[in-house]
Design a protein around this ligand. Sequence first.
Ligand SMILES: NC(=O)c1ccc[n+]([C@@H]2O[C@H](COP(=O)([O-])OP(=O)(O)OC[C@H]3O[C@@H](n4cnc5c(N)ncnc54)[C@H](OP(=O)(O)O)[C@@H]3O)[C@@H](O)[C@H]2O)c1
Length: 330
Amino acid sequence: MPIVYHEEDSNISILQDKIVGILGYGSLGRPVALNLQDSGVKLQVGVHNLDRQAVALADGLPPLPIEQVVKNTDILLMLLPDEVMPQVYIEKISPYLHKAHTLIFASGYNIAFGFIEPPPFVDVGLIAPRTFGDAVRERYLSGEGFYSCVAAGQDASGHLWDTILALAKAIGSLRAGAVEVTIEQETELDLFMQQAILPAVHHVLTTAANLLLARGYPPEAAMMDLYISGELNDYLSRAAIHGLLHALQSSSLTAQFGTLSRLERFNESKMARLMEVTLDEIRNETFARDWAREYTGGYPRLQKLVRQQEKLDLWELEKQTIELLRGEED
Ligand SMILES: NC(=O)c1ccc[n+]([C@@H]2O[C@H](COP(=O)([O-])OP(=O)(O)OC[C@H]3O[C@@H](n4cnc5c(N)ncnc54)[C@H](OP(=O)(O)O)[C@@H]3O)[C@@H](O)[C@H]2O)c1
C-alpha cells in the first residue's frame, strides 16, 4: 500500500539552516521558487536566459550563474527541461557537488533512464507535482495545495525523507497530499499519461469535432459542447473528488442510460493493446532513446508533427468560439 504524506508528517524547520538552489526559472521553477520564498525558505536561483533573469530579479530573487548556485547551496531543485538537464548537469552541476548536497528532481526521467548518475555521496530525491506550474502557485496561494509523487533515490545522509517532506510542505504540496512511489514508477506513470491518455483524449475530441462539423452543426455550438464549456472538466473534477461512477450517477437518467448502453461499443480491444505497447516502449527505454535522438538532432520530428497539427482547420473554429464566448480578455 503506498504511503500518502500530509502536512503533519513534515517538519519545515529543518530547512532553517539550509539554502535551496533553484536551477531553472521556467514553468515550474518560478512557481516553486515563489512558494518557497513565501514559506520563508532561503533561496538562490540559477537562470541562464536574460529575459528570465529580469523576471527573477523583479520577483526579488537576484539571478546567479548555475555553477555559482551549486557552489553556494545545500539543496538543489533540478527544474531544467528533462532533455536539456544531462548536459547542464555534466558541465555546470556535477563538478561542484559536495557531500552535503541534496538533489531534488521534479521528474524522475533522467535518474530512471540513467541519463544522470549522481555520485554516491549526495542525496537524491523527487517531488513531482501532478499539475501545471501555474496551478502550483495558484493552489499554494489559495491554501488548497496540489498532489505530487515523492520518491527517495539514494539516501547518503540518512535524512533524505526529512528533506523531501520539508520541501514538499514548503512548496505547498502536503496541504493536498504526496504519494510515495519509486523514481521509476513516477517516470513511467507520467509518460504513460502523456503517451496513452492524452493522445486518446486529443483523438476523441478532434474526431468528434470533425464529425459534428461535417454533419452541419454550428461550429461554435459543437466546439463549446465538446470541451470549451468546461462541462467535461466539471465531470472529471467530480470524478476526482467522488469517483468516476459517482460522476456518472450524478448525471440525468437519460445520460446514464445513454452512456452505459453505448459503453460496450467503445470497448475496443485494440485500444488496450495500444496502451500495452505504449507502456512497454516506456519501460524498455525505446521512448527515452527516441527522445534523446530527437533532442540531439534539434527536434526535427517534433517540429514536423506540430506543423501538421497546426494545419488543422479546427483550431481557427476553436479560436473563434473561445473569443465569442469569453470575449477579448482571453
Ligand atoms: N511545467 C510543469 O508544469 C511541470 C510539472 C511537473 C514536473 N515538471 C518538471 O519540472 C522540470 C522543469 O520543467 P519546466 O516545464 O519548468 O521547464 P521549462 O518551462 O522549459 O523551464 C526550464 C528552465 O530551464 C532553463 N533552461 C533551458 N535550457 C537551459 C540550459 N541549456 N541551461 C540552463 N538553463 C536552461 C529555461 O530557460 P529558458 O527556456 O528561458 O532559456 C527555464 O528557465 C522538468 O523536470 C519537468 O519534467 C514540470
